[in-house]
Ligand binder design. Sequence first.
Ligand SMILES: Cc1ncc(COP(=O)(O)O)c(C=O)c1O
Length: 272
Amino acid sequence: MKKAYNFFAGPCVLPEEAINSTIDALKDFAGTGIPLISISHRSKEWEGVMNECRALWKELLQIPDNYHVVFLGGGASLQFLYVAMNLFENKAGYLETGVWAKKALKEAQGIAKSRGKEGAAFAVASSADKTYCYIPKGYEIPTDLDYFHITTNNTIYGTEIKYDMDCPVTLVADMSSDIMSRPVDVSKYGLIYGGAQKNVGPAGVIFAIIRDDVLGKVSSYIPTMLDYRTHIEKESMFNTPPVFAIYVMTQTLKWLKGIGGVEAINKINITC
Ligand SMILES: Cc1ncc(COP(=O)(O)O)c(C=O)c1O
């Protein structure tokens, strides 16, 4: 069979082990005789996958106990809205380092306006003047922000924030395209989110790692499905989860653990 890799826009190359175990599960999930994509998400077998997936995230990134990990649909683009909906109360700052950062800021500006605070979501610094070819330096993060949002890897432009910055306010990071590529000090962040399809699975599922004190500070109504607390409380099964994407992500993380985790992949990434 011919084999080729996609280096164009879109999803990542997945490990063969993850693809093969998914093919098996598509025919017969966990010995149930039911194809993975027909399994009830309320079955104990599926619950086992959800628990395993959450545990792998916690282990691989050494996520402290005061953080929740949720898996949702909608893409990282919907998370731009989630972040603003759940965290914007008075003021939000963004580091505008590329097209995705700009899109995230746009959503926050819309939420700020809808909450009677037009202009209160803004770029603290931007590299738009040079077509996003650099990461701004020397800017000051206002200490009265509800949160400061960064995009750690600017897909398309190729610039990356390769360290976990100190931030005087809640730090929020879109890590869609560099999650699990290096060890991360999760305790520096209030919220880390991203789509799975760049580094940890197929399209169709996103991850969000949320410190428990950052939620519940917003006075405006948050629609149930857009409220992180809904999904934390129901362990990402408030509604039908994207089982296929979560399953592939779990298999991918198992493979990553097997090769030595994020430390090992980081070494490979630096060498290659
Ligand atoms: C850094 C970053 N954020 C957000 C997105 C948007 O992701 P999605 O297509 O899941 O909405 C992408 C997609 O390439 C991305 O690279």
